[in-house]
Design a protein around this ligand. Structure first.
Ligand SMILES: [Fe+2]
Length: 246
């Protein structure tokens, strides 16, 4: 009998995923954690569920969070220091989550970016309107030598009835990163169902916590009992390990 039909409510641990590559743990620079204490507590919670390495990814969004690599690196240094002082044995690095708008598209310069491990660029789309310049942006990112990673594809409701879109993105060389919490109805039932379908069809390259605040851990723990997510994590197909430096 297939795993998904067995009743098993125990949560899976994230040791085998190893690296979390999407979160908002630098206080005060986006809609993520609100204090250094919350950063440390979040790092501890992520360590407790199995992560050894977190690459935190503050938003860079011209209209709301005009962060720069320098702002992010300065914030990272403070978080690293606090996590070390708290004796939590987890490695914290930082990159950015880029919001696709015309500012990002037009000002795109390889040397001004903060990619993951020098090679991967995490970007997100509007939740309201389908992107107009998606293919041009993907091309630009790839021409600069980066692998584009699309954040939480399962959350863009304008694609709920357009599953082929995800195959097209994969064909273009885009990696798809699902949020763990999508498997716990954090963002509604259609998002959970789409995440499960993407997992079943083998289209998810990466899992991210997209951790914003400590309350987030509750739906993460719930998601970690979802059999579709458990099968994905056990499948060995996730590429999170490729994002950490050797
Ligand atoms: Fe995010």
């Amino acid at each position: 009998m297939l795993n998904i039909f067995k009743k098993n409510n125990s949560p899976i641990r994230l040791d085998q995923v190893g690296v979390d590559m999407h979160s908002h743990l630098i206080p005060g620079i986006d809609d993520g954690v609100g204090s250094l204490e919350e950063s440390v507590e979040s790092a501890k919670l992520l360590y407790n569920i199995g992560y050894k390495h977190v690459i935190t990814t503050p938003h860079i969004m011209a209209d709301y969070y005009p962060n720069t690599p320098e702002i992010i690196k300065n914030g990272l240094a403070e978080v690293q220091k606090a996590v070390k002082e708290a004796n939590i044995p987890i490695t914290i690095d930082a990159a950015a989550e880029y919001y696709l708008d015309y500012t990002f598209y037009e000002n795109f310069k390889k040397e001004n970016l903060l990619p993951i491990n020098d090679k991967f660029l995490l970007f997100e789309l509007s939740f309201l309107n389908p992107p107009q310049i998606l293919n041009e942006m993907i091309f630009k990112i790839q021409t600069a030598g980066f692998v584009p990673i699309l954040a939480h594809p399962e959350r863009y409701s304008y694609w709920f009835r357009d599953f082929q879109k995800f195959r097209d993105l994969k064909d273009r060389g885009v990696w798809l990163q699902a949020n763990i919490n999508s498997f716990a109805n954090e963002y509604g039932v259609p998002t959970r169902k789409l995440a499960e379908k993407l997992a079943r069809e083998g289209l998810i390259d990466l899992l991210g916590s997209d951790f914003h605040r400590i309350q987030h851990i509750q739906s993460m723990q719930k998601a970690l009992t979802n059999n579709h997510l458990k099968n994905l994590i056990s499948s060995g197909q996730l590429k999170n390990y490729m994002l950490a430096p050797e």
